[in-house]
Design a protein around this ligand. Structure first.
Ligand code: PHE
Length: 516
């Protein structure tokens, strides 16, 4: 077998892992989650979730990837085979496939961001930023089933996003992903800090910060806030879809994993805080300028970024500099995440189906782009909202739960802690084991049940009021399809002999037979 790729340096790995973690989740999702869950009331559950589930699970995934040094299907196959259990390889396919499903709508959001970078130079959204976003730009239809026409601008920009991602992942771990992380992450940190200081210095910013930091202890009894906090940590730290596992599998043999895991989790949280401060300061400044309170000025949900922030920018000094800076930061953060979403399936395909990296990446990006088209119709925002909800609230949680059950309940997590302790400075023990084998699985089970129950009792939070059929088609059916695809992939890879379709295709295309 060809030698497994490796990171060129520890810092390269760390920046890439942080690059995966820091994304739309921090700048676009964290502030609106915090806002919707009562600002200050959200931070305590968030920190607790980060400490009890986020960081322990990053550690878990890093150790698993590094211990097994393989792609996900191989890992799950080996784990189950070695111990004589039934074959769980399909989980190793489900997670990477889910990652592509997420990448498909992630790319479309990035295309909007792309568009807004250009707009922000001239504050092109005009006086009514809400009308601009929903009507002039996306022309959103009334129902997820009312597709309407494709938005050509969004389609073209989405193609660009996929092209850039392809270009980076195509070049491999050391030459592509790592280079992107090393260039983009320091740049992003610099831009975010500049933005944060500038926004905090605006008159009225303090009221916004109060809304973010003032704790509201009474709301801690609301289970939904806890569910949102754990869900946000999961999404933000890129857990449950194989990204962190795959990235860690490219680490050289003797690499510290615990320190890297702590740093990744802490830096991700720091980025969320910086962007929370930046956004809430902006909200405060805008409310002050309009003589209103913070609560009055805000759009909930994803529109916070595309409606409220533009509106705030319009009334701000230096908007033509800080606007582009904001959207560019968002774009960079998103790019380093989307490339990390492509890596698990790339690794899986090269390893199990014996297709070269370049071909795998090309097939994945082409398929991902085709899937993205679904979200470029007039109904795109609505279908995207449903896809986002299902992947975050079901897919990733289920993916994470399965891996914890297999490793911690069916097997024993000791082989991971032993491994991590052998190579790392900071030792982990019973606290970590308790977090990954009892606390987190339990929390995940509660969350999954609550989310399923919630689907029946009300509509989804953001744009709301979806017909049950839409949730079924764009949510459940998609999830079922992913499981099915995973099962098919398991079958295929089991007999990856000359007759597998992919192999035939391979022979046709270059006659070399796909040595990775
Ligand atoms: N963590 C990324 C974000 O915060 C999203 C992501 C999820 C990336 C899962 C990779 C894997 O935006």
């Amino acid at each position: 077998m060809a030698k497994r790729e490796q990171w060129g340096s520890r810092i390269g790995f760390l920046l890439s892992a942080v690059g995966s973690a820091v994304g739309l989740g921090n700048i676009w999702r964290f502030p609106y989650q915090a806002y919707e869950n009562g600002g200050g009331a959200f931070l305590i559950p968030y920190f607790i979730a980060a400490l009890t589930a986020g960081i322990p699970l990053v550690l878990f995934e890093f150790s698993l990837g590094h211990r097994m040094r393989a792609g996900l299907p191989t890992i799950f196959r080996r784990l189950s085979k070695r111990n004589g259990y039934r074959n769980w390889e399909w989980i190793g396919w489900f997670q990477p496939l889910l990652a592509i499903f997420i990448a498909a709508f992630y790319a479309v959001i990035l295309s909007w961001v792309f568009y807004y970078i250009g707009l922000s130079f001239t504050l092109g959204w005009g006086a009514d930023s809400g009308r601009f976003f929903f009507k002039n730009f996306l022309n959103v239809s009334d129902s997820p089933f009312e597709f309407g026409s494709v938005n050509a601008v969004v389609l073209a920009l989405t193609a660009c996003v996929w092209f850039i991602s392809w270009l980076i992942v195509f070049r491999g771990i050391k030459g592509g992903v790592e280079v992107a992380g090393k260039i983009f992450m320091p740049l992003l940190a610099l831009m975010m800090v500049i933005l944060m200081f500038h926004q905090v210095s605006l008159p009225g910013a303090a009221a916004g910060l109060n809304a973010l930091f003032e704790p509201d202890f009474r709301r801690l009894t609301d289970i939904n806030i806890w569910i949102s906090a754990y869900g946000q940590v999961f999404f933000s730290m890129s857990l449950g879809v194989g990204t962190m596992i795959t990235y860690a599998s490219y680490l050289p043999k003797e690499s510290d994993v615990t320190n890297n895991a702590f740093l990744t989790g802490l830096l991700d949280t720091a980025f969320s805080l910086v962007s929370g401060i930046m956004i809430f300061a902006t909200l405060g400044a805008m409310a002050a300028a309009q003589g209103l309170t913070v609560r009055d000025v805000v759009e909930g949900g994803p529109a916070l970024t595309f409606v409220t922030v533009p509106e705030a920018l319009s009334g701000m000094p230096g908007a033509r500099i800080f606007g582009p800076l904001f959207f560019l930061s968002l774009f960079i953060a998103g790019m380093t995440s989307i490339i990390s979403l492509l890596e698990p399936l790339t690794a899986a395909m090269t390893e199990r189906l014996k297709i070269s990296r370049r071909k795998s990446v090309s097939v994945i990006c082409a398929a991902g782009f085709l899937l993205s088209i679904l979200y470029t119709f007039r109904s795109g925002l609505l279908t995207l909202d449903i896809a986002d909800y299902f992947s975050g609230n079901f897919g990733m949680l289920a993916g994470g739960l399965c891996e914890l059950i297999l490793v911690c309940w069916v097997l024993k997590p000791d082989f991971l802690s032993d491994h991590a302790n052998r190579i790392s400075d900071f030792k982990i023990g019973s606290v970590w084991k308790f977090c990954v084998s009892a606390l987190t699985p339990l929390v995940l089970i509660v969350m999954l049940s609550a989310n399923i129950a919630g689907l029946f009792s009300s509509s989804l939070p953001n744009y709301g009021g979806y017909p049950a059929a839409a949730l079924f088609v764009f949510g459940w059916l998609m999830m079922a399809l992913l499981v099915l695809l995973a099962a098919v992939a398991q079958k295929f890879s089991a007999k990856r002999t000359k007759e597998t379709l992919l192999h035939i295709w391979e022979e046709f295309s270059d006659g070399k037979g796909g040595k990775p």
